[in-house]
Design a protein around this ligand. Structure first.
Ligand SMILES: Nc1ncnc2c1ncn2[C@@H]1O[C@H](COP(=O)(O)OP(=O)(O)OP(=O)(O)O)[C@@H](O)[C@H]1O
Ligand SMILES: CC(C)(CO)[C@@H](O)C(=O)NCCC(=O)O
Ligand SMILES: [K+]
Length: 244
């Protein structure tokens, strides 16, 4: 049994797998991570391996201290991956993006693929049909957009995400929602349209905390899977076992 762990910039997400079978998942904040991990190991004493992808802060405790019987695998740039990395600065590429690209390569083999991860940041990752990874784009996610409008102006209130259908804002609040929500929808559809012009057929995978809402509102057809990063970590781990 394996516990895969995604330490993001906002939250920690984990899932338990028995080979290819999904068993359970958990989402929590950094601040109570230690207790959460302890509870997971108590509930699932059969967990033997922990696979960690981290772009977040360092945890303030040692994962090894939680259990002696667990092997910890922290994914790093030095590991081997199922794609060929064509990023000009491979050492600065986010481990989460490398895991997403691995998942896309292993689960949707030999096709042009675009992975969109809508979390704290929105990341776009393109892997071509020869399994070459090229990069893509990084932009602010919903929460960052709302927070920056508030933080860097004197007059704009801090709003939080709403499933707004407003096209044209007729008040301050409506204008902010219209700008943030439509802005992000146009951005994503715009990127997808741009890729479609260059590549005849390709697969689009959408994941991250805002998947469900975005999947409803995008005009393009996509595979929506909120847990794609966790599934990719599990796939990556199996790939690593086979290839080590
Ligand atoms: N309970 C929740 N807490 C925080 N964000 C949530 C929650 N439910 C949905 N979201 C949405 O998910 C987004 C965060 O996504 P996600 O959890 O994938 O990001 P993350 O933890 O920062 O990870 P990453 O750094 O990998 O993007 C937020 O923009 C928010 O709109
Ligand atoms: C872009 C984020 C923050 C998304 O989680 C992460 O992948 C990251 O810190 N990346 C480093 C920069 C890069 O990927 O080029
Ligand atoms: K993300």
């Amino acid at each position: 049994m394996v516990l895969v762990v995604d330490i993001g910039n906002t939250r920690i997400k984990c899932a338990v797998y028995e080979v290819n079978t999904y068993i359970d998942s958990f989402v929590f904040e950094d601040s109570n991570a230690q207790n959460k991990f302890k509870n997971i190991f108590t509930t699932y004493p059969k967990i033997k391996d922990l696979v960690v992808s981290s772009v977040g802060k360092e945890l303030d405790f040692d994962l090894k201290s939680l259990s002696k019987s667990i092997t910890i695998h922290v994914v790093s740039h030095l590991d081997s991956f199922p794609f060929q990395n064509k990023y000009a600065t491979p050492k600065t590429l986010g481990i989460d993006r490398m895991i997403l690209a691995s998942g896309a390569t292993l689960l949707y083999p030999k096709q042009n693929r675009l992975v969109i991860d809508a979390g704290t940041c929105i990341t776009y990752d393109f892997i071509d049909e020869n399994d070459h990874y090229w990069g893509g784009a990084i932009s602010p996610g919903f929460r960052l957009r709302y927070e920056s409008l508030h933080q860097f102006t004197a007059k704009l209130p801090l709003l939080t995400f709403e499933e707004s259908e407003i096209f044209f804002g007729n008040s301050t609040n409506e204008s902010i929602h219209a700008g943030v929500v439509n802005g992000l929808l146009y951005e994503i559809d715009g990127f997808i349209d741009g890729f479609k012009k260059q590549y005849e057929n390709f697969t689009i995978i959408l994941t991250g905390g805002d998947t469900v809402f975005l999947a409803k509102r995008l005009k393009n057809t996509i595979f929506a899977n909120s847990n794609f990063l966790l599934e990719s970590l599990n796939q990556y781990f199996q790939y690593k076992i086979k290839n080590d």
